[in-house]
Ligand binder design. Structure first.
Ligand code: PAP
Length: 344
């Protein structure tokens, strides 16, 4: 397996050098949506979170006609070419994707911005989703983001392990997997989905959201099967998967950021640690800082940047779940994660 690279070896998304934000190629996107519409029509479906339907494909649930969608997954499975040095940041929606993207981007590119005015740092200009693209979004592009075939690529994805494009498996690529308490994921998704939901459908109630979630029907879910899939690989191949927990990242950000840097192949030097480089990155990527930077503008499917920053806390579920709801999710978690070292 190819091993970690120096931080300079990660390529920068080209839009940063050209100082122009990139946009999804809508024409290509429409072609891809059309290519898979017959296949989609054959799949089991249920009521969706942000649109009318959510579809079951290869044992997991996906919505349609978004950038991160069932069509992008199918297109990736048909065409995506991984490279051995690729690193994938994997999360379920609302498990901390935006934070993980920001931290990883800041870590791998830190030498590039070391002696520059911090105000020019891309994370103070662009949403983290723009800085680290989802492969689900890249598949719609006509022009590749990363041009140099020798440089390592940093991508994100919500795709379950078993549905990843075959080339990712074949190349032995590495993953950072971040998971979060399912109850907080549910609450976070409830608010996010309602922000994006088709107006014609009316708002989802929390009871409806709970029912879908507990049946395993969530974007890229079920929650439990998604986590279990990557957890299994992390046990079998610890050198291949760094398994992180949102709650641990909140309570002990410093150690977890150092672990992340080491896994990415750009560990902090003693000098960096002594001069506060770890804390600088944590501050740059903090909820307080990024939520201020992302007050305006949109990214991905024209989602307002501020929608990715709500509370950024552990345990907000206590303000939303009834005792019964909490007990039901505890029982499902206990049953699904039985024998695994995953607890909340
Ligand atoms: P995505 O998968 O759609 O990109 P994702 O970033 O995983 O969403 O989830 C957003 C959650 O991460 C929000 O949680 P909440 O609804 O419970 O508040 C958001 O507030 C939180 N979040 C975003 N940025 C940070 C950050 N820098 N630190 C901690 N939490 C963050």
């Amino acid at each position: 397996m190819s091993m970690p690279l120096a931080s300079q070896a990660f390529s920068l998304p080209s839009f940063i050098d050209k100082s122009s934000d990139k946009v999804v190629d809508k024409e290509n996107m429409a072609l891809i949506f059309d290519r898979y519409k017959d296949k989609l029509a054959t799949l089991p479906k249920e009521r969706g979170w942000t649109c009318e339907n959510i579809y079951m494909y290869q044992g997991f649930w996906f919505e349609s006609m978004h950038t991160v969608s069932i069509e992008s997954l199918m297109a990736l499975q048909d065409t995506f070419e991984a490279r051995p040095n690729d690193i994938y940041l994997v999360t379920l929606p609302k498990a901390g994707t935006t934070w993980l993207k920001a931290l990883t981007f800041a870590l791998v590119h830190r030498t590039r911005y070391k002696n520059r005015d911090l105000l020019t740092h891309p994370l103070l200009v662009y949403n983290p989703h723009t800085c680290v693209p989802f492969i689900e979004v890249e598949v719609f592009e006509n022009t590749p983001t990363y041009v140099d075939p020798h440089l390592s690529r940093l991508f994100a994805t919500h795709i379950p392990y078993t549905s990843l494009p075959q080339s990712i498996h074949d190349c032995g690529c590495r993953f950072v997997y971040l998971y979060r308490n399912p109850k907080d994921v549910l609450v976070s998704l409830f608010y996010f989905a309602n922000k994006l939901r088709d107006k014609s459908l009316g708002q989802l109630t929390f009871e409806e959201a709970f029912e879908l979630f507990s049946k395993g029907i969530m974007l890229s879910g079920s929650y439990w099967d998604h986590v279990k899939g990557y957890h299994k690989v992390s046990l079998e191949h610890p050198e291949k998967v760094l398994f992180l927990k949102y709650e641990d990242m909140i309570t002990d950000t410093t150690s977890n950021v150092k672990r992340l840097a080491k896994f990415l192949g750009c560990p902090f030097t003693e000098e960096e640690e002594a001069t506060g480089a770890v804390q600088e990155i944590i501050k740059l990527c903090s909820f307080g800082n990024l939520s201020k930077v992302n007050k305006h503008g949109t990214s991905l499917d024209d989602v307002p940047n501020h929608a990715y920053f709500r509370e950024g806390k552990v345990g907000d579920w206590m303000n939303h779940l009834t005792d019964d709801m909490s007990r039901i999710l505890d029982e499902i978690t206990e049953q699904k994660f039985h024998g695994l070292e995953i607890s909340f």
